[in-house]
Ligand binder design. Structure first.
Ligand SMILES: O=C(O)[C@H](O)COP(=O)(O)O
Length: 367
């Protein structure tokens, strides 16, 4: 065991105590000090061998190996292979494809940490990890700009029918009248979830002349104004929004957020963009609303099940009013370098304290 130090910046005393409750349970906290607004937790962690899956960029492996940490890379791994491989490693690095379930964690006899090379941790059973003293870390802001830029591109693509018009032209047609669009200028965009991605979307779409309203229980009206959005109650979102874009995490309270009741309260023909998580939309209700024309158009990058196999999801994807992409929000060269690097640096810091300035982004279990 090696004793390491990491610093968590700017946490309140309350949050600090929660961290202690979360991590002292795994006997990793051996000493604590408080200095100004920063707290130091001294942690014992052993990371000799790391398993990297899901096509995490090579920078992650290169950084780890340059610090003498052994790496096994398996871009695509089945559940059976993972169950066989995981006992050999002290750390696992994933994107969103690999499901780090209770069963996987139970097999992970030597695992100390799961690194999510990205933001969303809904594919990781964080509570089960907490119970097994396995820390979960992520790279929360590292791919936010890429997700934001895809969102903005999809809003504009919906407004101007870019995808169906291009497909039609490739098929030999010249349908100018059919693809007459609408300007986004002066339209109302509702941004649901004003975290790292949502607020960047708000700033950019404001510059297109959109009126941006937003909802996020953790963001104040004043904070909203800083990125050009007006905070409104949810009940005010539905009748006002011409476009709705989803950027909240998938947790119990946000699952099926866009459902029949909500869709019935929206303007007829509302356009919906989802670069967040598939589970935010109740897919059966959504398909019905598409068929009835209540949803005028949608751009979906994420699905309840990925890759989608459910016939209902496939029907949504095939619907003429839908533009669908295969979870590409974070798939840019820049984002993949950043997420791979950030996770690697956090792991290195856990064995060689203070090597990098990257702060530890530990995800707290909720129970
Ligand atoms: O949660 C995220 O970080 C994004 O959805 C990206 O997921 P990915 O790493 O699987 O592309």
């Amino acid at each position: 065991m090696i004793t390491v130090t990491y610093i968590i910046s700017g946490r309140t005393t309350l949050e600090y105590h929660r961290m202690l409750v979360d991590y002292s349970c795994n006997r990793t906290v051996v000493r604590k000090t408080r200095h100004h607004s920063q707290f130091q937790l001294f942690i014992k962690m052993e990371i000799k061998s790391v398993l990297i899956v899901d096509g995490v960029g090579p920078v992650c492996a290169d950084t780890l190996t340059s610090h003498g940490i052994s790496v096994t890379t398996k871009p695509k791994i089945t559940k059976e292979e993972l169950l066989k491989e995981i006992p050999k490693h002290n750390a696992l690095v994933v994107r969103s494809a690999t499901q780090v379930t209770e069963e996987v964690l139970a097999a992970a006899k030597n695992l100390n940490v799961v690194g999510r090379a990205g933001a969303g941790v809904d594919n990781i059973d964080v509570n089960a990890a907490g119970k097994k003293n396995i820390m979960v870390i992520n790279a929360p802001g590292a791919n936010a700009m890429s997700a934001c830029e895809l969102t903005c591109g999809l809003i504009l693509a919906l407004a101007r029918h870019v995808v169906p018009a291009a497909t039609s032209l490739k098929a030999g047609r010249w349908d100018r009248a059919l693809y007459t669009g609408t300007e986004v200028n002066n339209r109302t965009l509702a941004v649901l979830g004003l975290g790292r991605v949502g607020r960047e979307v708000a700033v950019r779409m404001r510059s297109f002349g959109m009126k941006v309203i937003g909802f996020d229980p953790y963001v104040t009206s004043e904070q909203c104004q800083e990125f050009g959005a007006t905070k409104v109650e949810l009940s005010e979102v539905w009748p006002q929004a011409d476009y709705i874009t989803l950027h909240m995490p998938l947790i119990d309270s946000t699952r099926s957020f866009i459902n029949k009741e909500v869709l019935n309260s929206c303007k007829k023909g509302v356009k919906i963009v989802n670069v967040g998580r598939g589970g935010l939309i109740h897919e059966p209700d959504f398909l019905e609303a598409l068929k009835e024309g209540k949803v005028g158009a949608a751009a979906l990058d994420v699905f309840e099940e990925e890759p989608p196999k459910n016939p209902l999801t496939l029907e949504i994807i095939q619907h003429p009013a839908v533009v669908a992409t295969p979870h590409l929000g974070a798939s840019t060269k820049e984002a993949q370098v950043r997420v791979g690097q950030e996770i690697a640096e956090q792991l290195v810091n856990l064995v060689k304290p203070g090597t990098y300035k990257t702060p530890l982004a530990a995800v707290k279990p909720s129970n």
